[in-house]
Design a protein around this ligand. Structure first.
Ligand SMILES: [Zn+2]
Length: 317
């Protein structure tokens, strides 16, 4: 049984596992999911037990993961009768499938969710939970429903990407699931665009197999395997990541770990990005600087909206 969200005791809020990952890697936030307690997202169920009745996390800290991150029951986790998470302790049917993301957010929010800290009133193990509190009025965060239904929005790019990657064998599902980004509403299927077809539409999530990652003095360059065809001529595609951008990134360490592992990896890797559309540019030839050649290129502006990862299902797709 996978939980789309869990109640975080330290933040007094419901988080997705992608929120937890974002917090774990954020060097400006003193957060460590190993020191937090995650409880059933069902308010009534949670209130019935002591805070030691926790859920476990899966892939909350692994920078380069293959299997879908999630919350899950521990062996001894209890639920009240009628809790929707109670009957699903064990895989009853094929439904409990750890290998896909079942919670499709219908909106990818471009401004990052903030996670206001609960005042560090000592909450010790064994203490009964207070009744669910009303959120403070000054809280700036995505609306969190008071029910236990999964949140409909996310600001963590890895979440919609995992939905797409882990469900790539189910085209009908991807075509049925709506996704909104900014003013643009489409389905998961149409929002994710293979890099070679980037001329079809602007403002999509482009993705493609990585051919090479070049480490330059002031930037990394990610070259894509596939080429873009224009007027019957093939053009290479790449994106640049400025090192200055990375240096100032709040998830700098995790990002460098990801890109350095990627640069030296022998395995097939895929890059997903949102926010910029590579455009045809003329750049000087290295061998003959008098000459120029065309390449589709873009500078990544927001590292939150770029992912390099393995995605075995995409190899045959
Ligand atoms: Zn429960």
């Amino acid at each position: 049984m996978k939980f789309a969200t869990a109640y975080s005791l330290s933040l007094d809020d419901k988080l997705s596992i992608y929120d937890v990952r974002d917090l774990n890697f954020d060097e400006t936030a003193a957060y460590d999911s190993d020191k937090d307690s995650f409880l059933c997202p069902n308010d009534a169920c949670r209130a019935a037990f002591e805070v030691g009745n926790t859920l476990a996390t899966f892939n909350a800290k692994n920078v380069n993961y293959l299997r879908t991150p999630h919350f899950k029951n521990r062996t001894g986790t209890q639920h009240i009768d009628g809790c929707r998470y109670a009957s699903l302790h064990k895989a009853a049917s094929g439904e409990s499938d750890d290998t896909r993301e079942d919670n499709f957010p219908s909106e990818f929010v471009l401004t990052r969710r903030s996670y206001p800290r609960k005042t560090p009133a000592a909450v010790s193990q064994g203490q009964a939970l207070p009744a669910p509190a009303n959120p403070p009025a000054n809280r700036v965060s995505l609306p969190v429903s008071s029910s236990d239904t999964p949140p409909d929005k996310t600001s963590v790019f890895a979440h919609p990407v995992e939905c797409y990657v882990s469900n790539i064998d189910d085209k009908d599902r991807l075509k049925a699931m709506p996704l909104k980004i900014g003013e643009h509403t489409a389905t998961y299927w149409t929002f994710f665009k293979k890099i070679e077809y980037l001329q079809d539409n602007k403002g999509l999530i482009y993705w493609g197999k990585v051919k090479a990652i070049k480490d330059y003095t002031s930037s990394f360059r990610i070259d894509f395997d596939k080429k873009v065809w224009l007027d019957k001529k093939p053009y290479s595609v790449n994106v640049y990541l400025s090192k200055k951008l990375i240096e100032n990134y709040r998830k700098r360490t995790a990002f460098l770990e990801q890109i350095k592992a990627a640069a030296s990896s022998e395995r097939a890797l895929y890059c997903f990005f949102y926010g910029v559309t590579p455009e045809l540019k003329q750049v000087p030839s290295k061998k003959n600087p008098e000459q120029t050649f065309g390449v589709f290129s873009a500078n990544i502006e927001n590292l939150d909206h770029l992912i390099i990862r393995e995605a075995p299902g995409l190899q045959t797709f």
